[in-house]
Design a protein. Sequence first.
Length: 282
Amino acid sequence: TMWAVNASLSRRTLPSATPVAWFGGLRRGYASSAAVVVPAQSKHTASIIFLHGLGDTGEGWVDVAKLWQAGPAQDQKLDFDSKKSSLRHAKFVLPTAPTRSVTINGGEKMPAWYDLQSLDSREDDPLNGIEETQATIDKLVQAEIEAGIKPDRIVVGGFSQGAAAAIHYMYLKHRDQKFAGVLAMSGYLPFYAKADSLIASPNPTRLFMGHGKDDQMVSVEYAAASAKKLQERGVQVVYKEYAGLGHHVSEQELHDTFRFLHESVPYVLEGLKGMKGMGLWG
């Protein structure tokens, strides 16, 4: 297999107030004041900021970040060498959301990027707290820029409401600057009913959206409609659905997201830092 994925993958990312350990045995990241960080394993030339889902923590995604960083064991299209076929040059920044009361969970307090009032009607949900989250993402992005990483070498992404927050940050805040990419797993377009007015101009940053066809938390129909709406507004979207997958991730999705990340922030040889992606996304 391409990924050393154990059985707990199928339950890892379901919303839960108690994070579940998985992929045990891999080296963990270290905690900064704002996030858990998985440092680059070679010269740091790219950064990936990834927001967890409801009830989870940044620590919960450390081992996935390590898997992305190492790359798949076998992939004919990426069979160059250990540097070119991995993301060892990428630093992963995994923040944890503040603890807040969540309406759909009876007011229970848990890590959340914003409040959710309903799973059924998301179009007009006010998503209280999302502006605070936008400020958090912006601080993390600015910290990477100050560290010498340009926006076109930064990916912003997330899972579930973390994915929605990443989409909101990049496409609903009138950002004209091109980033390396947005990675949205089991996510959706926030404020869908107002999207036509909120997305004033096309953002050149490419978006990957992956979604399980059996997702009971965020319907695949809403995810597909979100992708279509973003495409209509000029966003370059790669949208993939996964049969038999619920509100979690699969081995195939990890493979597809790695390929997206690898093309978005490829390994760059010293002296060739102006080079673009290597055409690996087919």
